[in-house]
Design a protein around this ligand. Structure first.
Ligand code: ASN
Length: 343
């Protein structure tokens, strides 16, 4: 007989648990116990649910590295006693957090499902109930007494995605996320359909969970646009303590061929800055050398971000810097898929 699974809900904040401040009219986070009272349906689920909450729930625009460590630590402390984890999180930065946690939790063999909502749980037309209930069901899925999902996922509006492949694409629609370069892991319709072939498979890896709690914020980003000027590039490149710069280039990884642009990047790279080339297109991949406009970038050793999302690129860089990866190995490791975040 299958044992009842234990699910831990981790409440960090976000719209899902917000109420209107009638003085200002704006939404603010509120108490987690009140949130559970809004979903009596949880009692019908065939699993044991326990919960922990951030002392002060946050709007996810205030998310930072310290909070990521807090989430990772809660999962670490409860890893052996629980079969799955559901993280309730604001949607604004959920893709960053799901990406960050995917890197921080090495050798993960249990589900960590991020979810939230566009409307508060107390709202009549809320999307919160479906998102929360199905996330718990997904985290509870077992096959031969082991979890079906063994990675960090993000569930929103009937779809489960690989967390580090997602991006928030809409501030209004219930379908707020997309995973442009990787198929859905599961879809909720009349049946809960899991696309097993796309799940992360550790292939017999029996290593223990390793939680990485050192992340570095010595990371910056630059989005290219036609007419970008030298002082802008200078300002970014001369930022104090900058170790990694993520550049959002055009199309398949293309950039202006102006001499000053290439020369400044080249100089920065030879002084130890890691410059990562990702595309500002929602879908598709960087292919350096495909066009003349990316040949020089390849030559001066930009790191190839391939089809990684902006969110995963930033958090992977934070993780690699925090792990103390040597300058020599940074490029090779960044270009390798660690948690299914890139091709
Ligand atoms: N501002 C909210 C947050 O990210 C948005 C939401 O959850 N839908 O916390």
């Amino acid at each position: 007989m299958q044992k009842k699974v234990n699910i831990l809900l981790i409440y960090t904040g976000g719209t899902i648990g917000m109420v209107k401040d009638y003085k200002t009219g704006s939404l603010k986070a509120f108490d987690f116990d009140k949130l559970l009272k809004h979903i009596p349906e949880l009692a019908q689920l065939d699993c044991n649910i326990s919960s922990v909450s951030f002392k002060t729930p946050i709007d996810s625009s205030n998310m930072n590295l310290k909070y990521w460590v807090a989430i990772a630590s809660i999962i670490e402390e409860n890893y052996d006693s629980h079969d799955g984890f559901v993280v309730l999180h604001g949607s604004d930065t959920m893709s960053y957090s799901a990406s960050a946690l995917s890197f921080m939790l090495e050798n993960l063999t249990k589900p960590v499902i991020f979810t939230g909502s566009q409307l508060p749980i107390g709202d009549l037309r809320t999307d919160a109930k479906e998102n929360l209930i199905t996330s718990i069901q997904i985290a509870s899925l077992q096959e031969r007494n082991r979890p079906v999902i063994r990675e960090v996922g993000l569930y929103f509006e009937y779809k489960l995605y690989r967390g580090n492949r997602t991006t928030k694409i809409n501030a209004e629609h219930f379908e707020a996320f997309s995973s442009p370069n990787y198929p859905e892991l599961a879809e909720s319709g009349v049946n809960l359909k899991v696309n097993s072939t796309f799940l992360l498979d550790l292939k017999g890896n029996r290593k223990k969970l390793k939680v990485h709690k050192t992340m570095s914020n010595q990371v910056g980003a630059l989005k290219l646009f036609p007419g970008i000027s030298e002082p802008i590039l200078d300002a970014v490149l001369s930022s104090e303590n900058l170790k990694v710069l993520v550049i959002e280039t055009y199309g398949a990884g293309n950039a202006p061929t102006d001499e000053w642009f290439i020369a400044k990047l080249k100089k920065a790279i030879s002084s130890g800055l890691h410059v990562i080339n990702i595309t500002q297109c929602a879908g598709g991949s960087v292919v350096m050398g495909h066009y003349e406009t990316s040949e020089m970038l390849k030559k001066i050793q930009l790191v190839n971000g391939k089809d990684i999302t902006f969110e995963a690129a930033i958090t992977k860089a934070m993780y690699l810097l925090g792990s103390g990866v040597s300058d020599k190995l940074f490029k090779t490791i960044f270009e390798t898929s660690l948690r299914g975040e890139m091709q």
